[in-house]
Design a protein around this ligand. Structure first.
Ligand SMILES: [Zn+2]
Length: 424
């Protein structure tokens, strides 16, 4: 959408305020996607006139959303100060409830992580209330790591299952053993009503958002993310938007039935894709029941690091396990490529950790599996975000409150409580 200039003769005050709100969002979004730049360049690239841009930037500055940075280099003519997103005032929070861990991340408006914590967890042994109490504690720890005076704009929690984002209810998360859990309400209570919006979303959807955010203006419009964990999550992006389906439940690729007479899945059905390529399937193939890589009390990074080390040493059982998983990965991914013809397939979670052993077989076999020539022009990449993808995506989604409606954030610069309160 092209930006429109500030004040239009004959338009009502309400129209003019709506245009102003829209233009504030245009400037914020442009800085987010394209990085710091001068007022003149913002004007040239958004189509807004220079006087309007100056006025919008002044207002965004008063709201603590942008700041003046270093002089722009390489510009023709007189160098000017660049405008950049203010990284000192607002942060958004992402959290993730996984089968193996809990994590929380605080991100500034530029997308840098400013505080992050993660703890190992064996979700199968704990009730939803116990898990949420631990998550609330972890959120408090991250808030404690932030500079005084920081304002939190929202929290989005990633869940491995079917969620209703607006009401904050998890309908079903089979790998957590959850049904109908009112996560947002419980977190509001546990955090003593923190005065911020708490939203939920599916973890693979949020991981896909993080991948798109990372790629900025280079993000493809047709894109599939597959997250390899205990469950297999899918984030499907078509025409530049997450495909959510009629009720928001799209993307449950882990429950594609691939072996009708196969193992019973945690969802109650038989032979789901995640029963053959989920983390537990990999670990059961790669190691005995009392092996450290199968101990849920040990941090997942450590366990996967050990598996990588075994693959590097050429351990036969580990390499055979990865080859078996790769073959089953190809058959499901081929189906998805045949249906969606994405420009890019990103593999995250444990697939990325084991990419040196998965990638060679995967590329070649996918070419055979997909009907269109050369996999329909689909590139394959492995995520560089590790197990932070969903939690980063949560913070990206929570930050959209600022980018979609900058005028909702306070006009008066926030008072730095460090001087007001002084030492305790
Ligand atoms: Zn299933």
């Amino acid at each position: 959408m092209r930006a429109r200039d500030g004040w239009i003769a004959g338009a009502s005050t309400a129209d003019q305020l709506a245009v102003r709100r829209h233009n504030l969002a245009v400037v914020m979004d442009h800085l987010r996607l394209s990085g710091p730049m001068s007022r003149a360049r913002i004007a040239a690239e958004t189509g807004l006139n220079k006087a309007t841009v100056s006025s919008l930037v002044a207002e965004l500055g008063e709201r603590g959303l942008v700041a003046e940075g270093e002089t722009e280099r390489g510009a023709v003519g007189r160098p000017g100060l660049v405008i950049e997103l203010d990284t000192t005032v607002h942060v958004s929070l992402g959290a993730e409830i996984s089968v193996d861990y809990l994590s929380v991340l605080a991100m500034n408006l530029r997308g840098d992580a400013v505080a992050e914590r993660r703890i190992a967890l064996d979700a199968s042994r704990l009730s939803p209330e116990e898990i949420l109490a631990r998550l609330a504690e972890l959120i408090r720890d991250v808030l404690g790591d932030l500079a005084d005076g920081t304002t939190v704009v929202g929290l989005t929690v990633a869940i491995p299952g079917l969620v209703e984002s607006v009401s904050g209810i998890v309908h079903a998360a089979p790998n957590l053993g959850w049904r109908e859990v009112r996560v947002a309400d419980l977190l509001h209570e546990l955090l003593d009503d923190p005065g911020i919006a708490i939203l939920l979303d599916n973890e693979a959807n949020l991981a896909a958002l993080a991948e798109l955010d990372l790629r900025g203006t280079d993000a493809p419009d047709e894109f599939i993310l597959l997250m390899g964990g205990v469950g297999i999550g899918g984030g499907l992006v078509t025409a530049g938007q997450l495909l959510r389906g009629a009720c928001g439940f799209a993307g449950e690729v882990g429950h594609l039935q691939v072996t009708p007479s196969g193992e019973t899945c945690r969802c109650g059905r038989r032979g789901c894709w995640e029963t053959v390529i989920g983390l537990h399937a990999l670990l059961a193939l790669a190691a005995g029941a009392d092996d450290v890589v199968r101990d849920p009390s040990v941090d997942l990074d450590e366990r996967l690091g050990e598996l990588r080390a075994r693959a590097e040493r050429g351990d036969r059982r580990t390499l055979d396990a990865i080859a078996t998983i790769t073959a089953a990965l190809v058959s499901g991914a081929g189906t998805l490529l045949n249906i969606f013809n994405p420009r890019l397939l990103v593999l995250g979670g444990y697939f990325a950790v084991l990419s040196p052993w998965i990638e060679p077989g995967l590329r070649e076999a996918l070419h055979r599996e997909v009907f269109a020539p050369k996999s329909g022009g689909c590139r394959i990449e492995f995520s560089g975000l590790g197990y932070s993808a969903a939690v980063r995506g949560g913070a990206v989604q929570a930050a959209s409150a600022v980018f979609d409606n900058p005028s909702a954030f306070p006009l008066t610069p926030l008072v730095r409580t460090v001087q007001e309160v002084g030492p305790a």
